[in-house]
Design a protein around this ligand. Structure first.
Ligand SMILES: Cc1cc2nc3c(=O)[nH]c(=O)nc-3n(C[C@H](O)[C@H](O)[C@H](O)COP(=O)(O)OP(=O)(O)OC[C@H]3O[C@@H](n4cnc5c(N)ncnc54)[C@H](O)[C@@H]3O)c2cc1C
Length: 498
């Protein structure tokens, strides 16, 4: 056991990561620890990060968040899926929905049955057998108590930060405004001992959480933790972003539309749409990106597009000495599968579970880092899959993606699926089998063989089973309200006072 008991936690930075960490530690550990957050309004936050995955709801449940309050406060909408356009081939379109596909059985997931039926000409599209998939496709949604849909949210990052700040302060978190000028460290252990602000104020702590975004003031600036670059696999390194007025029906999905040197997103909120153009500066200039972006969005930008630079990679350690890095300070996997918010929400949840009440012990740090690393590498693999499994050869960017070597862990997964249709979710993996199969097949990796569980079924029997499933989903989805109708009924406009 090293060091002294941990009583005082200091969070450096008040972006989404900082306020998520504050809200969680305030709520989970309450009176056991004292939590202070330092942020600088003058520096501001990155202000993007508006698409989430369903684990956000688990995190909100832990925090006791009322969904209606959250939706009102953050301009949020519902997300059932990501629609991928032009990825494996220009003109392709597929959906990665959050739900289960078909009905699985203990012996083999549904896609094995579907592949058997497809080989005999009896199957519809894979997406016909997904409830969330079909609801997304048709713009339908039903939430609230008893909803059967697996869903996440699109939200306004700035408003989400404010919402979490209110929760945190209610849970007893102290906020200090000011710019961190220097970081003090213990001469022997290298542990961070205090943050010194421009104002002269000194903030001491036992455990520090670095949420200072790309600046990584503590983990890199002070501790020199080191960086592992993954940009040879995921080379997009810039995004231009803006917002537009809402256009057309409010669809419950993020659009990820590939272009010659990356992709662009479209994220619908209740009253506006978020847009971003992601690209690699090795292949496209900033001026060209901006011009193409403005030409591609469906209405005039509400503000001059803003350029954000980033690099995909990770700090060598997430937890180093007495500093835990969360959010952009810990690394970043480009935003294609909207995993960043999840990664720091699970990161702080894990920290609360492994909290070093009696002192910071290297064995605890090792365990935390191993868990974080495992999950991050699998997320990285999942995102790389979208680039590697492409037939696009229209630009140097896509030709290089096809030709690149990928991590062994991903190569093995692709081979296994291509040869046998087996896909898996190991302990600590974020993405479920249904996510892998939707993306693998959406990217045109079709298995050569599959489990023969359905081989004994006669054609009529197999066709009937699939038709029944498809019909059931179609009828259920047809009866759902549109997302706009649901939100209107779920969040009725306040009545004017008489
Ligand atoms: C282009 C792009 C698109 C993205 N899209 C998504 C998405 O769809 N979904 C998703 O989950 N994630 C997405 N992300 C990631 C997401 O934006 C971030 O994970 C999230 O915003 C958290 O950022 P952060 O809090 O770590 O950093 P920031 O928002 O940068 O916050 C840093 C904080 O540190 C403070 N700070 C810095 N230096 C000092 C100092 N010297 N003194 C005091 N305070 C300081 C700042 O004031 C600020 O409060 C995206 C990221 C990018 C770049």
């Amino acid at each position: 056991m090293m060091g002294k008991p941990v009583k005082k936690v200091v969070i450096a930075g008040g972006g989404t990561a900082g306020w998520c960490a504050a809200a969680a530690l305030g709520r989970f550990l309450g009176p056991l620890v004292d939590v202070t957050l330092v942020e600088s309004e003058e520096i501001g936050i990155v202000g993007v990060g508006e698409s989430t995955i369903p684990t956000v709801r688990t995190f909100h449940n832990f925090l006791g968040i009322d969904e209606r309050e959250f939706l009102r406060a953050t301009n949020a909408t519902y997300k059932l899926a990501i629609v991928f356009e032009n990825w494996a081939r220009d003109g392709d379109r597929y959906i990665h929905s959050f739900g289960e596909m078909g009905v699985s059985n203990w012996l083999a997931p549904f896609h094995h049955v579907w592949l058997e039926a497809r080989s005999r000409g009896l199957a519809g599209d894979f997406g016909d057998y997904g409830f969330e998939y079909q609801a997304a496709e048709q713009g339908k949604f039903q939430g609230g108590e008893g909803s059967r849909l697996s869903y996440a949210y699109h939200l306004d990052a700035v408003l989400y930060g404010r919402f979490l700040r209110t929760l945190s302060e209610k849970a007893g978190v102290k906020r200090i405004e000011g710019r961190i000028a220097t970081v003090d460290q213990d001469a022997q252990s290298g542990f961070v001992t205090a943050l010194n602000l421009d104002s002269g104020q000194r903030i001491e702590g036992d455990l520090f959480i670095d949420c200072t975004g790309f600046r990584a003031l503590l983990t890199e600036g002070a501790l020199k933790t080191g960086w592992e670059d993954w940009s040879h696999w995921l080379p997009t390194d810039r995004a231009v972003v803006t917002q537009t007025e809402s256009q057309g029906p409010l669809m419950p999905y993020t659009r990820a539309i590939a272009h010659g040197e990356g992709w662009r997103w479209r994220i619908p909120l209740q009253t506006r749409t978020g847009n971003g153009y992601v690209y690699s500066s090795q292949y496209l200039s900033d001026d060209d990106a901006r011009e193409r972006f403005v030409a591609a969005i469906d209405s005039p930008p509400l503000f001059e597009p803003r350029l954000i630079r980033y690099q995909t990679g990770t700090r060598r350690l997430t937890w180093n000495k007495n500093v835990v890095a969360l959010g952009l300070s810990s690394g970043f996997i480009e935003p294609l599968e909207s995993t960043s918010i999840h990664l720091f929400q699970i990161g702080v949840t894990r920290l609360a579970q492994l909290f070093p009440f009696d002192g910071i012990d290297p064995v605890l740090i090792d365990r935390y880092n191993a868990m974080a690393r495992h999950e991050l590498e699998r997320v990285r693999d999942f995102v790389i899959l979208h680039y590697k499994a492409t037939e696009r050869d229209d630009t140097a960017f896509w030709r290089d993606r096809q030709a690149m070597s990928v991590p062994d862990t991903l190569a093995a997964r692709i081979d296994l699926f291509r040869e046998t249709a087996h896909a898996y979710q190991e302990s600590g993996d974020l993405f479920r089998v249904d996510s892998w199969t939707q993306v693998l097949m959406g990217q045109r990796i079709m298995p050569k063989s599959w489990h023969r569980i359905a081989a004994t079924m006669r054609d009529a029997q197999l066709a009937q089973a699939l038709d029944a499933l498809k019909g059931n989903i179609a009828r259920t989805v047809a009866a759902l309200p549109t997302q706009a109708q649901f939100i209107e009924s779920y969040l009725p406009a306040p009545q004017p006072a008489l």
